[in-house]
Design a protein around this ligand. Structure first.
Ligand SMILES: Cc1cc2nc3c(=O)[nH]c(=O)nc-3n(C[C@H](O)[C@H](O)[C@H](O)COP(=O)(O)OP(=O)(O)OC[C@H]3O[C@@H](n4cnc5c(N)ncnc54)[C@H](O)[C@@H]3O)c2cc1C
Length: 490
């Protein structure tokens, strides 16, 4: 039964929304209503195996746990981009690579988000099985572990050795500040099971009388009265139902949070007017200037059959600008239905300069929005990934135990991959960030407490508010941000 009122309505029960709803409902005197568009599940034995198994990423065609969006990655390269849809959101279906942002990443954030300020919260969210004390936590809800060196998959072991042989540093703890190099990835996994925020934060508190979790419930608009959020409207068949709220916290993710603000009249005036939407509060930065990690997949073939199942990613190499990802098995094995049969080594640009935008669907604003990544538009980005592909080919040539001789086919022009080759092997790491940026400049959307500029009672708390994509995967940073904002509002 859908409540008609809550002190706080949280929109979206993904990675961030799960944390926000759990922490805000710690106060028994506050009623919290979490509205999630996708489906729910029960913890325990009935938890769908594809959500539990950390070796599977259930986002292939036909997945019931995702929403798909049409995206223009760059000139000549369109793609379908997925996001999690269901309790736990993207964190319920992701690669379980749980790495912290680097200290330098926070230089783009307001001062209250400096590395020293956020470190206690990174500590608070985790229980690290491999490192005790110091920068690590031991009583947080997200379990963190790495594959022990003696149990590394043959691809991971060969990659680690090849990186060391090429002169890169070994790094014991990729979550520690310090020199970059090759190391084992921290994963939010326990006993082979993915433990995202849906499972770790939300499931244990589902029975609270002051917390109501409604799945299959899509919010279509934030209700605003005189620049104050007073509730939300949810889809109810062909009509809508209104729910009153003391406060609305939007955690719909980096695609849907800006969409919802724009559908509610908050966003770039000319864009909204062109679609017949009344402008309640102009904010030019909504949807504009996002960043994400472009990733080039360098294919090769195995020398022999390699073992499965395995975590898709156990080891990575970082340089100043790039991350090299030694995926253990082909995407077709980890992502059922994706049909990719060749193994790949991923080359990720960690600090991209190109920026993209999310705009409302011009055919029908209530339909999935349109994503324009503008990947590699900046010449520095193109040059960096080109160099990265050369490095990847060198690393693969050193992985003789697992890589079939002559199987690394990087089409070369003047000794380097051509633009056409780069574009045809380009994808995204699915780390979209910064569609409702935090800050105090005229293009920012929220302040340093995640409150939407100019609107009372409305916040956005998810990767939308990151000033830019961190130079590492965003998941741990998203959980840290949601945890901090929620406990500081209590
Ligand atoms: C396939 C995949 C693999 C990834 N792998 C990694 C990884 O290994 N490491 C890493 O660091 N990062 C990874 N990421 C990125 C990371 O998982 C996300 O950045 C993070 O989970 C985003 O959290 P969020 O809270 O911002 O959004 P989400 O977790 O996406 O949550 C948004 C939620 O809001 C709901 N919602 C949207 N609109 C509405 C609405 N109108 N009404 C109600 N509900 C709504 C959605 O259904 C969804 O559940 C991956 C992402 C994907 C998609």
């Amino acid at each position: 039964m859908l409540p008609q009122h809550a002190d706080v309505v949280v929109v979206g029960g993904g990675s961030s929304g799960s944390v926000v709803a759990a922490r805000l409902s710690d106060d028994p005197g506050r009623s919290v209503l979490l509205l999630e568009a996708g489906q729910g599940y029960e913890p325990g034995p009935t938890l769908p195996s594809e959500l539990r198994d950390a070796a599977l990423i259930p986002v292939g065609p036909g997945s019931e746990w995702t929403a798909a969006y049409s995206a223009h990655l760059t000139e000549g390269r369109d793609a379908t981009v997925v996001r999690g849809r269901g309790l736990g959101g993207s964190g319920a279906v992701n690669g379980a690579y749980f790495i912290r942002a680097r200290p330098g990443d926070f230089e783009q954030w307001p001062r209250s988000w400096s590395y020293n300020e956020v470190l206690p919260y990174f500590r608070a969210i985790e229980t690290d099985a491999d490192f005790i004390g110091g920068i690590h936590g031991s009583d947080g809800l997200i379990p963190v572990m790495r594959t022990p060196p003696h149990r590394l998959h043959p691809v991971s072991a060969a990659f680690h050795s090849a990186a060391l042989a090429s002169g890169h540093h070994p790094v014991d703890d990729l979550n520690a500040p310090g020199p970059v190099g090759v190391g084992r990835v921290p994963m939010n996994v326990r006993d082979g099971a993915r433990h995202g925020p849906g499972l770790a934060y939300l499931m244990p508190v589902m029975g609270r009388p002051n917390l109501s979790v409604q799945t299959g419930t899509k919010v279509v608009r934030i209700v605003l009265s005189k620049r104050r959020a007073t509730g939300v409207e949810v889809a109810d068949g062909a009509s809508v139902r209104r729910i009153e709220a003391g406060r609305v916290v939007v955690c719909a993710g980096a695609v849907c949070s800006p969409q919802l603000l724009m559908l509610s009249g908050i966003g770039p005036s000319s864009h909204l007017r062109s679609l017949g939407i009344d402008v309640v509060h102009p904010l030019a930065g909504v949807g504009d200037g996002f960043s994400d990690h472009p990733e080039i997949a360098v294919p090769y073939r195995y020398r022999d059959v390699v073992p499965t199942p395995a975590p898709l990613l156990e080891t990575v190499l970082h340089t100043d600008a790039l991350e090299f990802r030694a995926y253990t098995v082909p995407f077709g094995t980890a992502i059922p239905g994706s049909g990719v049969v060749d193994p790949v080594l991923g080359v990720v640009l960690t600090r991209p300069r190109s920026r993209g935008s999310v705009i409302l669907n011009p055919q029908d604003p209530s339909m999935p929005p349109v994503l324009d990544y503008r990947y590699l538009a900046h010449p520095d980005d193109r040059a960096a990934v080109r160099g990265g592909v050369r490095t990847a080919a060198d690393l693969l040539s050193g992985m003789t135990e697992v890589v079939a001789p002559g199987s690394v086919a990087v089409e070369s022009g003047r000794g380097e991959p051509s633009d056409a080759w780069l574009v045809s092997h380009l994808g995204t790491s699915l780390h979209l960030s910064g569609t409702c940026r935090m800050g105090d400049d005229e293009h920012s959307v929220v302040d340093e407490r995640c409150r939407v500029h100019g609107i009372e009672g409305l916040s956005v708390v998810d990767t939308s508010v990151f000033p830019e994509v961190p130079s590492r995967g965003p998941h741990a940073t998203a959980v840290m941000l949601a945890h901090r904002i929620a406990v500081e509002s209590s």
